[in-house]
Design a protein around this ligand. Structure first.
Ligand code: FMN
Ligand code: SF4
Length: 505
Protein backbone atom coordinates (compact mmCIF):
# COMPACT_ATOMS: atom_id res chain seq x y z
CA UNK A 1 0.00 0.00 0.00
CA UNK A 2 1.29 3.47 -0.88
CA UNK A 3 0.15 6.44 1.19
CA UNK A 4 0.73 10.06 0.18
CA UNK A 5 0.99 12.59 3.02
CA UNK A 6 1.97 16.13 1.95
CA UNK A 7 5.22 17.67 3.15
CA UNK A 8 3.79 21.04 2.13
CA UNK A 9 4.10 23.75 4.81
CA UNK A 10 0.35 24.42 4.92
CA UNK A 11 -0.42 20.72 5.35
CA UNK A 12 2.27 20.48 8.02
CA UNK A 13 0.85 23.47 9.85
CA UNK A 14 -2.43 21.55 9.91
CA UNK A 15 -0.89 18.36 11.32
CA UNK A 16 0.50 16.36 8.35
CA UNK A 17 3.65 15.28 10.22
CA UNK A 18 1.64 13.81 13.10
CA UNK A 19 -0.55 11.95 10.60
CA UNK A 20 2.50 10.55 8.79
CA UNK A 21 3.98 9.41 12.10
CA UNK A 22 0.69 7.79 13.13
CA UNK A 23 0.46 5.93 9.80
CA UNK A 24 4.01 4.62 10.21
CA UNK A 25 3.36 3.49 13.79
CA UNK A 26 0.01 1.84 12.99
CA UNK A 27 1.41 0.07 9.91
CA UNK A 28 4.34 -1.26 11.96
CA UNK A 29 1.99 -2.37 14.73
CA UNK A 30 -0.15 -4.27 12.21
CA UNK A 31 2.90 -5.56 10.38
CA UNK A 32 1.63 -4.36 6.99
CA UNK A 33 3.75 -3.03 4.17
CA UNK A 34 3.04 0.69 3.78
CA UNK A 35 5.22 3.08 1.78
CA UNK A 36 4.73 6.70 2.79
CA UNK A 37 5.44 9.29 0.09
CA UNK A 38 5.71 12.89 1.27
CA UNK A 39 4.22 14.63 -1.75
CA UNK A 40 3.36 18.25 -2.43
CA UNK A 41 -0.07 19.72 -1.82
CA UNK A 42 -2.94 19.25 -4.27
CA UNK A 43 -3.80 22.84 -3.37
CA UNK A 44 -7.05 22.28 -1.46
CA UNK A 45 -5.93 23.79 1.80
CA UNK A 46 -9.29 23.38 3.55
CA UNK A 47 -8.92 19.60 3.14
CA UNK A 48 -5.36 19.45 4.49
CA UNK A 49 -3.87 17.25 5.65
CA UNK A 50 -5.20 15.56 2.52
CA UNK A 51 -3.97 11.98 2.46
CA UNK A 52 -4.16 9.71 -0.58
CA UNK A 53 -4.12 5.94 -0.31
CA UNK A 54 -3.23 3.69 -3.22
CA UNK A 55 -4.17 0.05 -2.62
CA UNK A 56 -3.21 -0.86 -6.16
CA UNK A 57 -6.40 0.43 -7.77
CA UNK A 58 -5.69 4.21 -7.96
CA UNK A 59 -5.40 6.95 -5.39
CA UNK A 60 -8.28 7.63 -3.00
CA UNK A 61 -8.32 10.95 -1.13
CA UNK A 62 -9.20 11.60 2.50
CA UNK A 63 -9.12 14.85 4.39
CA UNK A 64 -8.72 16.62 6.65
CA UNK A 65 -7.16 13.57 8.30
CA UNK A 66 -6.13 13.52 11.96
CA UNK A 67 -3.88 11.01 13.74
CA UNK A 68 -7.02 9.55 15.34
CA UNK A 69 -8.41 8.73 11.86
CA UNK A 70 -5.42 6.56 10.94
CA UNK A 71 -6.78 3.10 12.01
CA UNK A 72 -9.92 3.69 9.91
CA UNK A 73 -7.79 5.06 7.07
CA UNK A 74 -5.77 1.85 6.94
CA UNK A 75 -8.89 -0.31 7.39
CA UNK A 76 -10.46 1.43 4.39
CA UNK A 77 -13.50 2.45 6.47
CA UNK A 78 -12.77 6.20 6.70
CA UNK A 79 -15.14 8.33 4.65
CA UNK A 80 -13.24 9.87 1.75
CA UNK A 81 -13.64 12.06 -1.30
CA UNK A 82 -12.92 9.54 -4.06
CA UNK A 83 -10.24 10.55 -6.53
CA UNK A 84 -8.68 14.00 -6.14
CA UNK A 85 -9.36 14.59 -9.83
CA UNK A 86 -13.10 14.22 -9.17
CA UNK A 87 -13.32 16.78 -6.34
CA UNK A 88 -15.18 19.72 -7.98
CA UNK A 89 -12.60 22.34 -6.87
CA UNK A 90 -9.89 20.30 -8.59
CA UNK A 91 -11.94 19.09 -11.55
CA UNK A 92 -12.73 22.66 -12.66
CA UNK A 93 -9.07 23.60 -12.98
CA UNK A 94 -6.80 23.77 -15.99
CA UNK A 95 -3.57 22.53 -14.50
CA UNK A 96 -0.58 23.33 -16.68
CA UNK A 97 2.02 24.88 -14.36
CA UNK A 98 0.77 22.78 -11.44
CA UNK A 99 0.15 19.61 -13.47
CA UNK A 100 2.49 17.53 -11.30
CA UNK A 101 2.24 19.29 -7.95
CA UNK A 102 0.94 16.81 -5.38
CA UNK A 103 0.99 14.01 -7.91
CA UNK A 104 4.69 13.20 -7.82
CA UNK A 105 7.31 12.52 -5.20
CA UNK A 106 8.93 16.01 -5.24
CA UNK A 107 12.59 14.97 -5.34
CA UNK A 108 12.26 11.78 -7.40
CA UNK A 109 13.56 12.71 -10.85
CA UNK A 110 12.30 9.46 -12.43
CA UNK A 111 8.79 10.14 -11.13
CA UNK A 112 9.11 13.66 -12.57
CA UNK A 113 10.18 12.32 -15.97
CA UNK A 114 7.40 9.70 -15.89
CA UNK A 115 4.89 12.55 -15.63
CA UNK A 116 6.12 14.61 -18.58
CA UNK A 117 9.08 16.25 -16.85
CA UNK A 118 12.26 16.99 -18.85
CA UNK A 119 10.44 16.65 -22.19
CA UNK A 120 10.48 20.44 -22.53
CA UNK A 121 14.17 20.75 -21.68
CA UNK A 122 15.10 17.97 -24.12
CA UNK A 123 13.18 19.79 -26.85
CA UNK A 124 14.78 23.13 -25.95
CA UNK A 125 18.25 21.53 -25.91
CA UNK A 126 17.89 20.86 -29.62
CA UNK A 127 16.98 24.50 -30.34
CA UNK A 128 19.16 27.59 -30.71
CA UNK A 129 18.97 30.43 -28.16
CA UNK A 130 16.89 32.68 -30.43
CA UNK A 131 14.52 29.78 -31.23
CA UNK A 132 13.97 29.16 -27.52
CA UNK A 133 13.25 32.84 -26.90
CA UNK A 134 10.88 32.93 -29.90
CA UNK A 135 8.93 29.96 -28.48
CA UNK A 136 8.46 31.75 -25.14
CA UNK A 137 7.40 34.91 -26.97
CA UNK A 138 4.88 32.94 -29.04
CA UNK A 139 3.36 31.43 -25.88
CA UNK A 140 2.31 34.92 -24.75
CA UNK A 141 3.69 34.21 -21.25
CA UNK A 142 3.82 37.30 -19.05
CA UNK A 143 5.61 37.61 -15.73
CA UNK A 144 3.56 36.20 -12.87
CA UNK A 145 5.48 38.08 -10.18
CA UNK A 146 3.33 41.16 -10.41
CA UNK A 147 3.99 43.44 -13.34
CA UNK A 148 2.87 41.08 -16.12
CA UNK A 149 5.81 42.00 -18.34
CA UNK A 150 6.15 39.77 -21.46
CA UNK A 151 8.72 37.10 -20.61
CA UNK A 152 9.87 36.64 -24.21
CA UNK A 153 10.80 40.32 -24.54
CA UNK A 154 12.77 40.22 -21.30
CA UNK A 155 14.63 37.10 -22.43
CA UNK A 156 15.33 38.61 -25.86
CA UNK A 157 16.97 41.67 -24.27
CA UNK A 158 19.28 39.42 -22.23
CA UNK A 159 19.87 37.08 -25.15
CA UNK A 160 20.94 39.94 -27.42
CA UNK A 161 23.16 41.64 -24.83
CA UNK A 162 26.83 41.07 -25.54
CA UNK A 163 28.53 39.84 -22.35
CA UNK A 164 30.85 37.09 -21.13
CA UNK A 165 28.56 36.18 -18.25
CA UNK A 166 24.79 36.25 -17.93
CA UNK A 167 22.55 35.08 -15.12
CA UNK A 168 19.09 33.67 -14.45
CA UNK A 169 17.68 34.82 -11.12
CA UNK A 170 14.46 33.35 -9.81
CA UNK A 171 12.47 35.62 -7.56
CA UNK A 172 11.09 33.36 -4.81
CA UNK A 173 10.71 36.09 -2.22
CA UNK A 174 6.89 35.80 -2.33
CA UNK A 175 6.13 38.55 0.14
CA UNK A 176 2.57 39.34 -0.95
CA UNK A 177 -0.16 38.78 1.61
CA UNK A 178 -2.31 35.74 0.87
CA UNK A 179 0.08 34.26 -1.69
CA UNK A 180 1.62 30.82 -1.59
CA UNK A 181 1.83 29.55 -5.19
CA UNK A 182 5.63 29.92 -5.36
CA UNK A 183 6.10 28.03 -2.11
CA UNK A 184 3.63 25.30 -3.04
CA UNK A 185 5.32 24.79 -6.39
CA UNK A 186 8.84 24.67 -4.96
CA UNK A 187 7.78 22.23 -2.23
CA UNK A 188 5.68 20.04 -4.51
CA UNK A 189 7.39 20.09 -7.91
CA UNK A 190 10.85 21.67 -7.61
CA UNK A 191 12.18 20.09 -10.82
CA UNK A 192 9.74 22.13 -12.91
CA UNK A 193 11.42 25.32 -11.65
CA UNK A 194 14.88 23.85 -12.21
CA UNK A 195 13.87 22.77 -15.72
CA UNK A 196 12.42 26.23 -16.47
CA UNK A 197 15.60 27.91 -15.29
CA UNK A 198 17.75 25.56 -17.38
CA UNK A 199 15.66 26.34 -20.48
CA UNK A 200 16.02 30.07 -19.70
CA UNK A 201 19.79 29.58 -19.40
CA UNK A 202 20.02 27.80 -22.75
CA UNK A 203 17.78 30.46 -24.29
CA UNK A 204 19.68 33.57 -23.26
CA UNK A 205 23.16 32.07 -22.96
CA UNK A 206 23.39 32.18 -19.16
CA UNK A 207 25.40 29.47 -17.42
CA UNK A 208 24.51 30.25 -13.83
CA UNK A 209 21.27 30.70 -11.92
CA UNK A 210 20.11 31.57 -8.42
CA UNK A 211 16.83 31.01 -6.64
CA UNK A 212 16.32 33.69 -4.01
CA UNK A 213 13.99 32.22 -1.38
CA UNK A 214 12.79 33.97 1.75
CA UNK A 215 14.05 32.47 5.01
CA UNK A 216 10.46 31.98 6.20
CA UNK A 217 10.23 29.07 3.72
CA UNK A 218 12.46 26.39 5.32
CA UNK A 219 10.66 23.48 3.64
CA UNK A 220 10.87 25.06 0.18
CA UNK A 221 14.57 25.79 0.76
CA UNK A 222 15.29 22.19 1.81
CA UNK A 223 13.30 20.63 -1.05
CA UNK A 224 14.84 22.96 -3.64
CA UNK A 225 18.37 22.25 -2.37
CA UNK A 226 17.82 18.51 -2.52
CA UNK A 227 16.29 18.73 -6.00
CA UNK A 228 19.20 20.84 -7.28
CA UNK A 229 21.65 18.24 -5.95
CA UNK A 230 19.69 15.41 -7.63
CA UNK A 231 19.47 17.35 -10.92
CA UNK A 232 23.22 17.95 -10.84
CA UNK A 233 23.97 14.29 -10.11
CA UNK A 234 21.74 13.20 -12.98
CA UNK A 235 23.16 15.63 -15.56
CA UNK A 236 20.13 17.92 -15.77
CA UNK A 237 22.36 20.67 -14.39
CA UNK A 238 26.09 21.03 -14.89
CA UNK A 239 28.55 21.29 -17.78
CA UNK A 240 26.43 19.21 -20.20
CA UNK A 241 22.73 19.86 -19.60
CA UNK A 242 20.80 16.71 -20.71
CA UNK A 243 23.64 15.91 -23.10
CA UNK A 244 23.26 19.18 -24.99
CA UNK A 245 26.91 20.16 -24.69
CA UNK A 246 25.72 23.42 -23.10
CA UNK A 247 26.30 24.32 -19.44
CA UNK A 248 23.92 25.57 -16.79
CA UNK A 249 24.10 25.26 -13.03
CA UNK A 250 22.28 26.92 -10.18
CA UNK A 251 22.08 27.31 -6.43
CA UNK A 252 19.62 28.34 -3.75
CA UNK A 253 20.17 31.57 -1.83
CA UNK A 254 18.23 32.55 1.27
CA UNK A 255 16.95 36.10 1.79
CA UNK A 256 16.51 37.54 5.24
CA UNK A 257 12.90 38.46 4.62
CA UNK A 258 12.11 42.06 3.73
CA UNK A 259 9.10 42.77 1.53
CA UNK A 260 11.11 45.17 -0.63
CA UNK A 261 13.68 42.44 -1.36
CA UNK A 262 11.04 41.00 -3.69
CA UNK A 263 11.51 44.06 -5.91
CA UNK A 264 13.94 42.85 -8.52
CA UNK A 265 16.74 45.41 -8.15
CA UNK A 266 16.56 45.29 -4.37
CA UNK A 267 16.72 41.50 -4.63
CA UNK A 268 19.84 41.76 -6.81
CA UNK A 269 21.50 44.00 -4.24
CA UNK A 270 20.63 41.51 -1.51
CA UNK A 271 21.96 38.63 -3.65
CA UNK A 272 25.23 40.54 -4.02
CA UNK A 273 25.45 40.79 -0.24
CA UNK A 274 24.45 44.44 -0.13
CA UNK A 275 21.63 46.14 1.71
CA UNK A 276 18.29 45.52 -0.03
CA UNK A 277 17.55 48.96 -1.42
CA UNK A 278 15.97 49.67 -4.78
CA UNK A 279 18.20 50.63 -7.72
CA UNK A 280 17.17 53.36 -10.13
CA UNK A 281 16.16 52.10 -13.59
CA UNK A 282 17.67 52.38 -16.18
CA UNK A 283 19.83 50.42 -16.41
CA UNK A 284 17.44 47.49 -16.61
CA UNK A 285 18.55 44.28 -14.87
CA UNK A 286 18.25 42.65 -18.30
CA UNK A 287 21.30 44.71 -19.30
CA UNK A 288 23.04 45.37 -15.98
CA UNK A 289 21.72 43.04 -13.33
CA UNK A 290 23.53 40.62 -11.01
CA UNK A 291 27.14 41.80 -10.59
CA UNK A 292 26.52 44.24 -13.44
CA UNK A 293 25.87 41.45 -15.97
CA UNK A 294 22.77 40.89 -18.14
CA UNK A 295 20.26 39.05 -15.94
CA UNK A 296 16.85 37.52 -16.38
CA UNK A 297 14.85 38.07 -13.19
CA UNK A 298 11.66 36.05 -13.25
CA UNK A 299 9.13 34.86 -10.73
CA UNK A 300 8.88 31.17 -9.72
CA UNK A 301 5.58 30.65 -11.54
CA UNK A 302 6.84 32.36 -14.71
CA UNK A 303 9.86 30.05 -14.84
CA UNK A 304 8.01 26.92 -13.73
CA UNK A 305 5.53 27.47 -16.57
CA UNK A 306 8.29 27.33 -19.19
CA UNK A 307 8.64 23.49 -19.20
CA UNK A 308 4.98 22.91 -20.11
CA UNK A 309 5.27 25.50 -22.91
CA UNK A 310 8.13 23.47 -24.42
CA UNK A 311 6.54 20.12 -23.62
CA UNK A 312 3.17 20.89 -25.22
CA UNK A 313 4.18 23.72 -27.57
CA UNK A 314 3.68 27.49 -27.41
CA UNK A 315 0.43 27.26 -29.41
CA UNK A 316 -1.11 24.90 -26.84
CA UNK A 317 -0.34 27.31 -24.00
CA UNK A 318 -1.34 30.37 -25.97
CA UNK A 319 -4.74 28.86 -26.78
CA UNK A 320 -5.86 29.45 -23.18
CA UNK A 321 -6.66 32.90 -21.87
CA UNK A 322 -8.29 36.22 -22.53
CA UNK A 323 -7.05 39.10 -24.68
CA UNK A 324 -3.37 39.70 -24.05
CA UNK A 325 -3.46 37.56 -20.89
CA UNK A 326 -2.53 34.16 -22.29
CA UNK A 327 -2.36 30.79 -20.57
CA UNK A 328 -3.34 30.15 -17.01
CA UNK A 329 -3.39 32.17 -13.81
CA UNK A 330 -2.57 30.44 -10.52
CA UNK A 331 -5.11 31.96 -8.16
CA UNK A 332 -4.33 31.80 -4.48
CA UNK A 333 -7.59 32.01 -2.59
CA UNK A 334 -7.30 33.08 1.03
CA UNK A 335 -8.85 35.11 3.82
CA UNK A 336 -12.45 34.63 4.91
CA UNK A 337 -13.48 31.84 2.50
CA UNK A 338 -15.06 28.40 2.75
CA UNK A 339 -12.60 26.80 0.34
CA UNK A 340 -9.13 28.31 0.26
CA UNK A 341 -6.26 27.09 -1.85
CA UNK A 342 -4.50 27.05 -5.18
CA UNK A 343 -6.78 27.22 -8.21
CA UNK A 344 -5.18 27.22 -11.66
CA UNK A 345 -7.46 28.34 -14.45
CA UNK A 346 -7.30 30.02 -17.84
CA UNK A 347 -7.40 33.82 -17.64
CA UNK A 348 -10.95 35.01 -18.20
CA UNK A 349 -12.89 33.67 -15.20
CA UNK A 350 -14.59 36.55 -13.38
CA UNK A 351 -13.58 37.61 -9.89
CA UNK A 352 -17.12 36.88 -8.67
CA UNK A 353 -17.01 33.32 -10.02
CA UNK A 354 -13.71 32.71 -8.23
CA UNK A 355 -14.96 34.09 -4.92
CA UNK A 356 -18.56 32.89 -4.85
CA UNK A 357 -18.45 29.62 -6.79
CA UNK A 358 -14.91 28.33 -6.42
CA UNK A 359 -14.18 29.59 -2.92
CA UNK A 360 -17.82 29.13 -1.86
CA UNK A 361 -18.15 32.60 -0.34
CA UNK A 362 -17.09 33.46 3.17
CA UNK A 363 -16.29 30.98 5.94
CA UNK A 364 -18.25 33.19 8.31
CA UNK A 365 -21.36 32.88 6.14
CA UNK A 366 -21.69 36.66 6.02
CA UNK A 367 -21.76 38.60 2.73
CA UNK A 368 -18.47 39.37 1.01
CA UNK A 369 -17.57 43.03 1.38
CA UNK A 370 -14.30 43.31 -0.52
CA UNK A 371 -11.53 41.24 -2.05
CA UNK A 372 -7.98 42.47 -2.05
CA UNK A 373 -6.44 41.18 -5.25
CA UNK A 374 -2.69 41.28 -5.87
CA UNK A 375 -1.16 41.48 -2.41
CA UNK A 376 -0.70 44.44 -0.08
CA UNK A 377 -0.34 46.84 -3.01
CA UNK A 378 -3.53 45.62 -4.69
CA UNK A 379 -6.90 47.37 -4.74
CA UNK A 380 -9.89 46.35 -2.64
CA UNK A 381 -12.44 45.21 -5.18
CA UNK A 382 -16.06 45.74 -4.08
CA UNK A 383 -18.92 43.41 -5.07
CA UNK A 384 -19.97 45.69 -7.92
CA UNK A 385 -16.65 44.89 -9.63
CA UNK A 386 -17.18 41.14 -9.35
CA UNK A 387 -17.94 40.90 -13.05
CA UNK A 388 -14.31 41.87 -13.83
CA UNK A 389 -12.64 39.02 -15.74
CA UNK A 390 -9.22 37.89 -14.54
CA UNK A 391 -6.99 39.49 -17.13
CA UNK A 392 -4.22 42.08 -16.75
CA UNK A 393 -5.90 44.74 -18.91
CA UNK A 394 -9.39 44.06 -17.54
CA UNK A 395 -8.26 44.50 -13.96
CA UNK A 396 -6.37 47.63 -14.87
CA UNK A 397 -9.52 49.09 -16.46
CA UNK A 398 -11.48 48.25 -13.28
CA UNK A 399 -8.98 50.13 -11.11
CA UNK A 400 -7.21 47.05 -9.79
CA UNK A 401 -4.27 44.79 -10.51
CA UNK A 402 -3.80 41.04 -10.61
CA UNK A 403 -0.25 41.09 -9.29
CA UNK A 404 0.78 37.65 -8.09
CA UNK A 405 -2.91 36.61 -8.18
CA UNK A 406 -3.56 36.38 -4.46
CA UNK A 407 -7.20 36.93 -3.47
CA UNK A 408 -7.86 37.86 0.16
CA UNK A 409 -11.57 37.89 0.94
CA UNK A 410 -13.23 40.03 3.65
CA UNK A 411 -16.80 39.86 4.90
CA UNK A 412 -19.04 42.80 5.79
CA UNK A 413 -17.50 43.21 9.25
CA UNK A 414 -14.25 44.49 7.70
CA UNK A 415 -13.40 48.09 8.58
CA UNK A 416 -12.00 49.59 5.38
CA UNK A 417 -10.52 52.62 7.13
CA UNK A 418 -8.46 50.31 9.31
CA UNK A 419 -7.38 48.36 6.23
CA UNK A 420 -6.38 51.58 4.43
CA UNK A 421 -4.40 52.62 7.49
CA UNK A 422 -2.71 49.22 7.52
CA UNK A 423 -1.66 49.67 3.87
CA UNK A 424 0.08 52.96 4.69
CA UNK A 425 1.63 51.55 7.85
CA UNK A 426 2.90 48.53 5.90
CA UNK A 427 4.49 50.85 3.35
CA UNK A 428 6.10 52.93 6.11
CA UNK A 429 7.54 49.83 7.78
CA UNK A 430 8.73 48.11 4.58
CA UNK A 431 9.95 51.22 2.70
CA UNK A 432 13.62 50.94 1.70
CA UNK A 433 13.91 54.67 2.36
CA UNK A 434 15.46 55.58 -0.96
CA UNK A 435 12.82 58.06 -2.15
CA UNK A 436 10.87 60.75 -0.30
CA UNK A 437 7.27 60.17 -1.49
CA UNK A 438 7.37 56.65 -0.05
CA UNK A 439 9.61 57.13 2.99
CA UNK A 440 7.89 60.28 4.26
CA UNK A 441 4.57 59.94 2.43
CA UNK A 442 3.62 56.66 4.03
CA UNK A 443 4.17 58.05 7.53
CA UNK A 444 2.11 61.16 6.68
CA UNK A 445 -0.48 58.80 5.18
CA UNK A 446 -0.99 56.99 8.48
CA UNK A 447 -1.33 60.32 10.27
CA UNK A 448 -3.80 61.63 7.68
CA UNK A 449 -6.00 58.53 7.96
CA UNK A 450 -5.96 58.99 11.74
CA UNK A 451 -7.16 62.57 11.14
CA UNK A 452 -10.01 61.25 8.97
CA UNK A 453 -10.90 58.82 11.74
CA UNK A 454 -10.90 61.67 14.24
CA UNK A 455 -13.36 63.62 12.06
CA UNK A 456 -11.08 66.21 10.39
CA UNK A 457 -13.18 67.33 7.37
CA UNK A 458 -10.14 68.36 5.27
CA UNK A 459 -8.15 65.17 5.72
CA UNK A 460 -9.78 63.07 2.96
CA UNK A 461 -8.78 65.59 0.26
CA UNK A 462 -5.27 65.69 1.73
CA UNK A 463 -5.07 61.89 1.61
CA UNK A 464 -6.12 61.90 -2.05
CA UNK A 465 -3.45 64.50 -2.83
CA UNK A 466 -0.81 62.54 -0.94
CA UNK A 467 -1.73 59.35 -2.82
CA UNK A 468 -1.31 61.19 -6.14
CA UNK A 469 2.18 62.29 -5.08
CA UNK A 470 3.15 58.80 -3.96
CA UNK A 471 1.79 57.29 -7.18
CA UNK A 472 3.61 59.71 -9.48
CA UNK A 473 6.79 60.33 -7.51
CA UNK A 474 7.87 56.98 -6.05
CA UNK A 475 10.83 55.12 -7.46
CA UNK A 476 9.24 51.66 -7.23
CA UNK A 477 5.83 50.08 -6.85
CA UNK A 478 5.98 49.87 -3.05
CA UNK A 479 5.39 53.59 -2.71
CA UNK A 480 3.79 53.87 -6.14
CA UNK A 481 1.06 51.26 -5.63
CA UNK A 482 0.23 51.69 -1.93
CA UNK A 483 -2.36 54.26 -3.10
CA UNK A 484 -4.30 51.37 -4.74
CA UNK A 485 -5.55 49.78 -1.50
CA UNK A 486 -5.88 53.17 0.19
CA UNK A 487 -7.82 54.94 -2.55
CA UNK A 488 -9.96 51.90 -3.43
CA UNK A 489 -11.02 51.66 0.22
CA UNK A 490 -11.80 55.39 0.34
CA UNK A 491 -13.62 55.44 -3.01
CA UNK A 492 -15.68 52.26 -2.73
CA UNK A 493 -16.44 52.35 0.98
CA UNK A 494 -16.88 56.03 1.91
CA UNK A 495 -19.19 55.11 4.81
CA UNK A 496 -16.27 53.49 6.64
CA UNK A 497 -14.40 56.79 6.49
CA UNK A 498 -17.37 58.81 7.74
CA UNK A 499 -18.32 56.97 10.91
CA UNK A 500 -15.91 58.68 13.30
CA UNK A 501 -16.67 62.06 11.77
CA UNK A 502 -20.39 61.50 12.22
CA UNK A 503 -19.85 60.25 15.75
CA UNK A 504 -17.85 63.41 16.52
CA UNK A 505 -20.67 65.58 15.14
C1 FMN B 1 7.84 46.04 -3.38
C2 FMN B 1 7.84 44.97 -4.42
C3 FMN B 1 7.85 43.64 -4.03
C4 FMN B 1 7.88 42.63 -5.00
N1 FMN B 1 7.86 41.33 -4.58
C5 FMN B 1 7.93 40.34 -5.50
C6 FMN B 1 7.97 38.99 -5.08
O1 FMN B 1 7.92 38.67 -3.89
N2 FMN B 1 8.06 38.04 -6.05
C7 FMN B 1 8.12 38.35 -7.39
O2 FMN B 1 8.22 37.46 -8.22
N3 FMN B 1 8.07 39.63 -7.80
C8 FMN B 1 7.99 40.62 -6.90
N4 FMN B 1 7.99 41.92 -7.32
C9 FMN B 1 8.11 42.18 -8.77
C10 FMN B 1 9.57 42.14 -9.21
O3 FMN B 1 10.13 43.44 -9.06
C11 FMN B 1 9.72 41.75 -10.69
O4 FMN B 1 8.82 42.48 -11.46
C12 FMN B 1 9.48 40.28 -10.94
O5 FMN B 1 10.29 39.47 -10.15
C13 FMN B 1 9.80 39.97 -12.39
O6 FMN B 1 9.49 38.63 -12.69
P1 FMN B 1 8.29 38.26 -13.67
O7 FMN B 1 8.50 39.07 -14.93
O8 FMN B 1 8.45 36.81 -13.91
O9 FMN B 1 7.03 38.62 -12.98
C14 FMN B 1 7.93 42.96 -6.38
C15 FMN B 1 7.92 44.31 -6.76
C16 FMN B 1 7.87 45.29 -5.80
C17 FMN B 1 7.86 46.71 -6.24
S1 SF4 C 1 9.09 53.61 -3.37
FE1 SF4 C 1 9.71 53.10 -1.27
S2 SF4 C 1 10.59 51.06 -1.42
FE2 SF4 C 1 10.49 51.90 -3.50
S3 SF4 C 1 12.47 52.92 -3.82
FE3 SF4 C 1 11.14 54.47 -2.98
S4 SF4 C 1 11.49 54.36 -0.77
FE4 SF4 C 1 12.29 52.49 -1.62
Amino acid sequence: MKVYVPLDSAARALGADAVAAAIRAEADRRGIDVTIVRNGSRGMVWLEPLVEVDRGDGRAAYGPVTAADVPALLDGTLKGHGRVEDIPFFARQTRLTFQRCGLVDPTDLDDYAAHGGLAGLRRAAAMSGPEIVAEVTASGLRGRGGAGFPTGIKWKTVQQAAADRKYIVCNADEGDSGTFADRMLMEGDPFSLIEGMAIAGLGVGATRGYVYIRSEYPVAIAVMREAVAVARRRGVLGPDVVGSGRAFDMEVRVGAGAYVCGEETSLLNSLEGKRGTVRAKPPLPALEGFLGCPTVVNNVISLATVPVIFEKGAAHYEAFGLGRSRGTVTLQIAGNVKRGGLFETAFGMTLGEAVEEIAGGTASGRPVKAVQVGGPLGAYMPRDRFDTPLGYEDFDAAGGLIGHAGLVVFDDTADMLKLARFAMEFCAVESCGKCTPCRIGAVRGVETIDRIAAGDPRAAALLTDLCETMKDGSLCALGGFTPYPVMSALTHFPADFATMKEAAE
